[in-house]
Design a protein around this ligand. Sequence first.
Ligand code: ADP
Ligand code: MG
Length: 142
Amino acid sequence: MAVQRTLSIIKPDAVGKNVIGDIIRRFEENGLAVIAARMVRLSKREAGAFYAVHAERPFYGELCDFIASGPVLAMVLEGQNAIALNRQLMGATNPKEAEAGTIRADHADSIDANAVHGSDSAENAAKEIAFFFSDLDIHSRR
Ligand code: ADP
Ligand code: MG
């Protein structure tokens, strides 16, 4: 499996719980390296643009309101199979369905406040990384 990059966001609920360190520890212990990081509070407009792929879904408004409700930590993770590995560490979207030991099982309260975002494909990872970071902000460890 090739080395990949993926976008991770620690959402406002997890930032508010002060578990940034616990989440990053899980990435590092599983072979992912943080190669860019930025704390930002998105405007409603920026949130809408980031989640544009979900514009037709019934929860789009709530999703945008939630991600803009407080600061988030956006990161680029790099490693072997980073996209799928990050999704595995995150657990299922609904924390009630998330496997024990995953980030969402341990830190998410609901399907809205579910602690983390992770890119779901190479194409979306490239777009989402470019949304938050320029090439100058990204520092590969390879
Ligand atoms: P994931 O974050 O696991 O990739 P999706 O891309 O399907 O999940 O959805 C994006 C985000 O929208 C989810 O993380 C979750 O916060 C929210 N969401 C998804 N499904 C629902 C739902 N049925 N009701 C409310 N919020 C939802
Ligand atoms: Mg998704």
